[in-house]
Design a protein around this ligand. Structure first.
Ligand code: NI
Length: 135
């Protein structure tokens, strides 16, 4: 029997989607408002889910305080109120799309989660646009 437990988190961050080899007009055509050369912000909502067996001793799949602290130390401290392009090394040459941010979050959390547990990341860039990555 497997159970999925989830923790919600939140961060604010600025970004710009662009390809440096394209001019502003082409970046605007492909990336829309998210290509603004002066950057802009999003209120990102994050749902991190861990799936596994319930531990017989504790009754937990995973201690949610541990998961909460892991999201704070690995994700919120690194991303919150940051310019993703300029201040987060993972995006120095990687477009900080919702897709890429979700994958980076998963990669940062995965080594810290029990290997026997499945990890899923859902990242909302807006209430209506969200991405799911589970490895
Ligand atoms: Ni944007």
């Amino acid at each position: 029997m497997k159970v999925k437990v989830s923790r919600k988190a939140h961060f604010n961050a600025a970004h710009r989607l662009f390809r440096p080899e394209w001019d502003d007009a082409k970046n605007l055509a492909v990336f829309g408002k998210c290509s603004n050369p002066k950057y802009h912000g999003h209120n990102y909502d994050l749902v991190v889910s861990v799936t596994g067996a319930i531990d017989i001793t504790t009754g937990f799949v995973m201690d949610m305080k541990v998961l909460k602290d892991l999201i704070i130390s690995e994700i919120e401290d690194a991303f919150d109120h940051k310019n993703l392009n300029e201040e987060v090394p993972e995006f120095a040459e990687l477009n900080p799309t919702t897709e890429n941010i979700a994958v980076v979050i998963w990669q940062k959390l995965r080594p810290n989660i029990d290997p026997e547990h499945e990890l899923e990341v859902v990242l909302y860039e807006t209430p209506r646009n969200f991405v799911t990555y589970s490895g």
